[in-house]
Design a binder for this molecule. Structure first.
Ligand code: GUN
Length: 286
């Protein structure tokens, strides 16, 4: 069975639209999200365009700041200080990756933690680690949990979750969220031994490695819930390429209890959760 991320994201955006209107009516606050894009990376441009459109669709104020690729680091930091001090901006997102002359960690640390709707600031990642309810949680991991719950219901307690991947953006935070849900969590990565056998023990398998169609049916326990975070473009004969996940969908789908497709699974949930974080930031600090 498929877990339909597109439909769940639409449901979430419908709820957010109502909540945004309520915040406007009751407290005269319109949540504002500013996205900063440095350079002209085509994939980033597509992501940013989608973010801007969906922000407006739920009734929030969307601002986009496009800076040239050669922007000095200090100019970006100065821009962030301006946004930190702007009361109409509740969420700030600097699209990654940044050009190589800019220190990504420094940029993230410069964003005010209460406006860090990506949840990447050490105050927020530390808060997530400590189980602090007030932390802003990274968007893709939040989306993974909502998708798993869509199939399994709200109680994930006691399930064995295996996360393949240990990035700061997905692997680590999704593992911490699963732990918060009282799952038994294993984090696997490129050095893990007997990876297929380990994955085959998972009730919930989250693949976030960026290797096209790596996870095969033998890696999946019959009936398991499979969350595929990968977005990989593989070449096709017509030269256009095709998007595939980290899971071999055709192979795994018959074995899994439920699986998120690529595209249409985790991807749409990420932006919906970004808007959820922006609403949360506006509610708390607006
Ligand atoms: N680039 C790819 N994914 C993301 C994300 O979740 N946040 C930001 N800021 N940049 C990204």
């Amino acid at each position: 069975m498929n877990i339909d991320g597109k439909a769940l994201a639409q449901e979430l955006r419908d709820t957010l639209t109502i909540e945004v209107k309520k915040l406007k009516d009751e407290r005269n606050i319109t949540p504002g999200l500013t996205v900063v894009l440095v350079g002209e990376d085509p994939a980033s441009q597509v992501y940013v365009r989608n973010k801007v459109r969906q922000t407006q669709e739920v009734g929030m104020i969307s601002n986009k700041i496009s800076l040239p690729v050669e922007t000095p680091q200090q100019a970006l930091l100065d821009q962030l200080h301006v946004l930190n001090n702007d009361p109409t901006v509740h969420g700030i997102l600097v699209q990654l990756p940044l050009p190589s002359h800019i220190d990504e960690a420094l940029v993230i640390e410069t964003i005010a933690p209460e406006k860090d709707v990506d949840g990447f600031h050490p105050i927020n990642s530390g808060g997530l680690c400590n189980g602090d309810d007030g932390a802003l949680v990274p968007c893709t991991p939040q989306g993974c949990i909502l998708l798993a719950k869509k199939h399994l219901g709200d109680n994930l307690s006691g399930k064995h979750a295996v996360v393949i991947g240990r990035s700061n953006i997905v692997g680590k935070p999704v593992a911490l969220l699963l732990l918060q849900e009282s799952c038994t969590v294993t984090i696997a990565h490129s050095r893990t031994q007997n990876l297929p056998a380990l994955c085959a023990q998972a009730d919930i398998l989250v693949a976030a490695v960026g290797r096209p169609e790596m996870v095969k049916s033998e890696w999946v326990k019959p009936g398991a819930t499979v969350i595929d975070v990968g977005i990989n473009r593989i070449p096709t004969e017509d030269g256009k390429g095709r998007l595939v996940g980290d899971v071999d969908y055709a192979d795994v789908q018959p074995v899994a209890g439920a699986i998120t497709p690529v595209p249409g699974g985790v991807g749409p949930m990420t932006i919906a959760c970004l808007l959820k974080n922006t609403l949360e930031a506006a509610r708390r600090f607006g």
